[in-house]
Ligand binder design. Structure first.
Ligand SMILES: Cc1cc2nc3c(=O)[nH]c(=O)nc-3n(C[C@H](O)[C@H](O)[C@H](O)COP(=O)(O)OP(=O)(O)OC[C@H]3O[C@@H](n4cnc5c(N)ncnc54)[C@H](O)[C@@H]3O)c2cc1C
Length: 311
């Protein structure tokens, strides 16, 4: 990025722009090379101005939530990474007139865990699965995150987006194409907020259910080491990816600082100083072994962005 573009960003965003910022500081994997500029936007006006400026200048924009599903390559990201905060951190409850439920309007930067806890405390069912998922509402919508048989698509009634032309739109549920761990969106579209239609249920029942889910997660996932959650999508009509990887005897396999978790075989953990190239090599080895042994082609669930180190 040239000096005059850096100056423009600095003058507009001040302390909310970080140059040559290591993405390892912004991903739960603790992996990733530097991005040219990481910009935190706090209002719709700011995001519009930034998206239009980036488009005019030809800078690609990577949208960052909590970085919990991101593998950033070691060479980092050329262009901009955009993170939401400020106005995008609000939760608003809109009760239904008949008392049977409520709509919760939530900014995309709200942690999904916070939204799930809010819904449980309000005695509203439908988002409890999100309690153990370390992403933001925007990232969770984009990934159609889910667990325990529930997912974002189940309760989403609409989302608000800004496209790369700077246009705002509200998309209703019937316009949203959700599928397994995915929401199809126009390229470059940023999710600004979501509305969730939730049904009323006893708060205590929801709290007890949440405790059970959290307990099980703690005993089946390697939560004390950096990771990006499940690395591969579960192949449809097959055993879960973790089971296939386990059966192939790959638990504990290591490349550099990256290791196939000994607790959950579909997690790759960063044992310290892992590089993205270590993770990618391990992923390639797993895909080859699973293809050879079971004839199944595993697809990554983790979103891979950025450049190779020497490109
Ligand atoms: C320990 C652990 C456990 C996990 N368990 C689960 C689980 O049970 N179920 C599950 O589904 N996932 C799980 N995950 C994965 C991850 O938490 C989810 O995919 C989460 O929804 C990602 O949200 P994020 O905000 O971190 O998105 P990021 O990782 O920052 O981004 C993911 C993708 O979403 C895009 N994105 C982010 N924000 C926006 C936005 N506002 N607008 C448009 N695009 C956006 C990014 O560009 C990227 O393509 C787990 C991860 C970890 C580390």
């Amino acid at each position: 990025m040239n000096e005059s573009d850096r100056t423009w960003l600095l003058e507009y965003f001040g302390a909310n722009v970080l140059f040559d910022e290591p993405m390892s500081r912004h991903t739960t994997f603790r992996i990733g090379g530097p991005v040219d500029a990481l910009v935190t936007v706090r209002t719709e006006q700011e995001i519009r101005d930034l998206v239009l400026w980036a488009r005019e200048k030809g800078y690609p924009v990577v949208i960052l939530g909590a970085g919990s599903n991101l593998l950033v390559r070691d060479g980092g990201i050329r262009g901009l990474t955009l993170k939401l905060a400020g106005d995008f951190e609000a939760i608003q409850l809109i009760p239904q007139a008949n008392g049977s439920g409520a709509t919760v309007k939530t900014g995309a930067a709200v942690p999904l865990r916070q939204l799930a806890k809010y819904a449980i405390d309000e005695g509203l069912a439908g988002l409890s699965f999100g309690l153990g998922i370390p992403g933001t509402v925007g990232g969770a919508l984009r990934m159609n995150a889910g667990a325990w048989g529930g997912c974002m698509a189940d309760s989403t009634s609409s989302i608000r987006v800004l496209n790369r032309h700077g246009e705002l739109a509200s998309l209703d549920r019937d316009q949203l194409r959700f599928s397994y761990r995915r929401l199809e969106l126009e390229e470059g579209a940023v999710i600004l907020s979501g509305q969730f239609k939730l049904m009323r249920r006893g708060r205590e029942v929801l709290q007890q259910e949440a405790v059970r889910m959290q307990k099980q997660r703690k005993s089946t996932q390697p939560l004390s080491l950096p990771s990006a959650g499940s690395v591969f999508r579960n192949p449809l009509e097959e055993k879960p990816a973790g089971e296939l990887i386990d059966q192939a005897g790959m638990k504990g396999l290591r490349v550099g600082g990256a290791e196939v978790s000994t607790i959950h075989a579909n997690f790759i953990v960063n044992r310290g100083r892992a590089k993205a190239s270590d993770v990618l090599t391990l992923m390639r080895q797993i895909r080859e072994a699973i293809h050879e042994r079971f004839g199944v082609d595993l697809e990554p669930e983790v979103t891979i962005v950025g450049q190779e180190e020497d490109s």
